[in-house]
Design a protein around this ligand. Structure first.
Ligand SMILES: NC(=O)C1=CN([C@@H]2O[C@H](COP(=O)(O)OP(=O)(O)OC[C@H]3O[C@@H](n4cnc5c(N)ncnc54)[C@H](O)[C@@H]3O)[C@@H](O)[C@H]2O)C=CC1
Ligand SMILES: O=C(CO)COP(=O)(O)O
Length: 346
């Protein structure tokens, strides 16, 4: 490590935390990776591999895995990459709060309806919070393939100047934003819409239907964002539209593939209700959209924001037959396309 390189730490050694550690370590700097599972710590220490969550990748030797949060003390720049529902508890277990805490989870806290930056500001009030989000399949980033992300800084340009050199690499390009709400809404809502696109794929409804769903889903994202104070320009960027297009187009997405299975079950089910619970329990990896959908549908109702696709995903996740739900979506009254204008054309 050169003397000018700050050490960084990553909390959470799932696929994304491990891929971020690999990307950050690519310039030779020391990266501390905190893992919840002792076997993950052991395997990274012994073999430089995390086959539990990111199989097939040889990790840089300058990544040090630990299960002890006290090893994060003194590291100024820390990325938090836990599943959204566990962020508050994991941050609450830290013995010290870093100067800069960069949130990389995509979701909304189910019990409280809070975005991750709200969870983090409560759990780590001393830290300056930032949000990193964009089109980033973990296996591609770990392989060194190029992408770009939104990096939204609560501390404005001063924080950006401090942390962007620690995050940017030749193949990983952050873009500055100060809209944390918009950045988080993009990543949270797109996961739910990816489940919807997977359902369409599983039901065999075709490419046109998927593209229509992406466009109308994006309109829902914009409406919800506006209600919560996000900027539309943020949602048109990497963390919104960019990630939406990625995640809605590929079975490499856990959310899309969950939706596809739900659609296939629905297609076989003769209009009967399904039981997605066992489907979810069997998964060792997180499909955040399944946790976000109920709380997002609830928040949308609370704010008076029409989000019919999000509500439809929520229904399918609760066991409603996918073909019946799709039929109901298509049978809704005709209306203007432009967001904010209600009613059918004259
Ligand atoms: N995998 C990807 O390509 C990307 C994932 N993300 C986001 O990163 C976050 C983490 O996802 P992944 O790393 O993919 O996870 P993963 O699905 O690969 O692994 C599951 C993770 O959950 C953790 N976990 C399970 N139970 C827990 C508990 N009780 N408390 C704390 N942690 C627990 C495990 O330790 C592991 O780190 C999610 O919010 C996801 O949306 C964001 C961008 C890309
Ligand atoms: O957020 C992601 C890509 O940007 C990963 O999506 P999935 O969680 O659906 O795999």
């Amino acid at each position: 490590m050169s003397e000018t390189q700050n050490p960084v730490a990553v909390i959470g050694a799932g696929a994304w935390g491990t891929a971020l550690a690999q990307m950050l370590a690519s310039d030779g700097r020391a990266v501390t990776l905190w893992a919840r599972e002792p076997e993950v710590v052991a395997d990274i220490g012994a073999y430089n591999r995390n086959d539990h969550f990111l199989p097939g990748i040889e990790l840089h030797p300058n990544i040090t895995a630990t299960g002890d949060v006290t090893d994060l003390a003194g590291i100024d720049t820390v990325l938090a990459v836990t599943p959204a529902q566990h962020l508050g508890a994991v941050l609450g277990s830290l013995t010290t709060q870093p100067r800069d805490l960069i949130l990389c989870s995509k979701g909304i806290e189910r019990a409280t309806g809070r975005l991750m930056n709200e969870v983090a500001r409560d759990a780590a009030p001393v830290s300056a919070v930032a949000v990193l989000s964009g089109p980033t399949f973990a296996h591609e980033v770990a392989a060194g393939l190029p992408t770009a992300v939104t990096l939204a800084c609560s501390g404005g340009e001063e924080q950006w100047d401090r942390i962007s050199p620690d995050i940017a690499r030749p193949a990983f390009r952050p873009y500055y934003s100060d809209d944390l709400t918009g950045t988080e809404i993009g990543g949270s809502v797109k996961n739910v819409l990816a489940i919807a696109c997977g359902v369409v794929e599983g039901l065999g409804l075709g490419q046109n239907a998927r593209a229509a769903l992406i466009a109308r889903g994006y309109a829902e994202m914009l409406r919800f964002g506006e209600a919560l104070g996000a900027r539309a320009e943020t949602l048109a960027g990497l963390c919104g539209l960019g990630d939406l297009v990625l995640t809605c187009s590929s079975t490499a997405s856990r959310n899309f593939s969950l939706g596809k299975t739900l659609g296939e079950l629905g297609a076989q089910g003769n209009g009967e209700r399904t039981d997605p619970t066992s489907l979810m329990q069997d998964r060792t990896t997180v499909a955040e959209g399944a946790h976000t959908a109920p709380v997002l549908a609830e928040l949308a109702r609370k704010h008076g924001v029409p989000m019919p696709i999000v509500s439809a995903v929520d229904e399918v996740l609760k066991g409603a037959p996918a073909p019946v739900i799709v039929e109901a979506l298509l049978a809704r009254p005709l209306r203007r396309e432009v967001s904010g204008e209600e009613g059918a054309p004259a």
